[in-house]
Ligand binder design. Structure first.
Ligand code: GDP
Ligand code: MG
Length: 305
């Protein structure tokens, strides 16, 4: 990538052998399908674990993680390559500040992408939130809406919901699976509403959900792989889900001038101009002409003429 340093993906060697094997297989699968590059955009609210997830997947501390506020001040792209395959991951600042979606952050993401991704595609969107959150509110919907307004509804064809803090004990009498399905269903419902995906279009936008546990205290299996409470090694699982999205047959989101500038309100208005003119002709001008002709015809000459 021009002007962008692509380093060897050394972090992959930090993973236990079992994980490395699965990752190498997945990269080979992508290359077999002629995909030798993936660009992954990571977005969500602040403090949900976006940066931590990137570090976990890359296997190195490549982006800054912070427990308190301030976090990623601007978007950052990390590029790693291995055996002819390049992965670009873009970390972004949280989209919410003081209870509102921060439009400046969205603009900064768009101008960053404009600089680095012009005429290139976003292949996968990771929409990150926490598993251990118990409610979804209007703000979540607004975050999804803001992403949709910026990148188009199609971005959800290329999206995956990532839930961090996956190593938890569910409250009440819920099993882990029940808790996971309740949490993901309510978040997916919010995504569908925020992205204005209609009921009949739901099949078309089957958005996968993957679990992540970034904590150093994550449980491991006998092969030393970090596992979810279900026993699934989560890193290969997430990369597998990313691979499926990349190969799902829907095109990536092309980053061109039109996307950066967004739908122009003036252009949208222009669509109605012919309609308004037609309306004026039939309902204003014609009746007036008719009335004038009628008046002229009815006019009696004054006696002096
Ligand atoms: P970001 O603002 O979305 O980029 O979030 P960060 O990655 O900076 O994480 C915010 C805080 O949450 C940090 O203290 C992380 O260590 C912590 N964190 C992130 N992911 C997890 C996770 O999966 N489990 C646990 N226990 N902590 C996490
Ligand atoms: Mg961050």
């Amino acid at each position: 990538m021009a002007g962008q340093l692509v380093k060897e993906w050394a972090g992959i060697q930090q993973f236990p052998a079992a994980t490395q094997e699965k990752l190498v297989d997945l990269l080979a699968k992508l290359k077999n399908q002629n995909v030798d590059k993936l660009t992954i955009l990571v977005m969500g609210k602040g403090g949900v674990g976006k940066s931590s997830t990137i570090n976990s997947i890359i296997g190195e501390p490549v982006v800054t993680v912070s427990a308190f506020q301030s976090e990623t001040p601007r978007p950052v792209m990390v590029s790693r390559s291995r055996a002819g395959f390049t992965m670009n991951i873009i970390d972004t600042p949280g989209l919410v500040e003081g209870g509102y979606v921060n439009d400046q952050v969205l603009d900064s993401i768009k101008s960053f992408l404009g600089r680095f991704l012009m005429m290139k595609t976003i292949d996968v969107l990771l929409y990150v939130d926490r598993l251990d959150a118990y409610r979804v509110d209007d703000l979540d919907k607004q975050v999804v809406k803001a992403i949709t307004d910026s990148f188009g509804k199609e971005i959800w064809h290329k999206a995956m919901v990532v839930l961090t803090h996956a190593q938890l004990s569910p409250p009440d009498a819920l099993t882990y699976e029940e808790f996971f399905s309740k949490r993901s269903e309510s978040l997916l419902k919010c995504v569908r509403q925020g992205a204005r995906i209609s009921k009949k279009d739901v099949q078309n936008f089957a958005i996968p959900v993957a679990l992540v546990e970034n904590s150093g205290r994550c449980n491991k299996n006998e092969h030393d792989e970090k596992i979810l409470p279900t026993g699934t090694p989560w890193i290969p699982n997430v990369v597998h889900a990313i691979t499926n999205i990349a190969l799902n047959g829907k095109g990536g989101i092309l980053f061109d001038k039109k996307l950066i500038e967004g739908p122009n309100a003036n252009d949208r208005g222009k669509l109605f101009i012919p309609l308004i003119l037609a309306f004026q002709y039939f309902f204003v001008i014609r009746p007036i002409q008719k009335q004038i002709r009628y008046d002229v015809a009815r006019e009696t000459k004054p006696s002096w003429a």
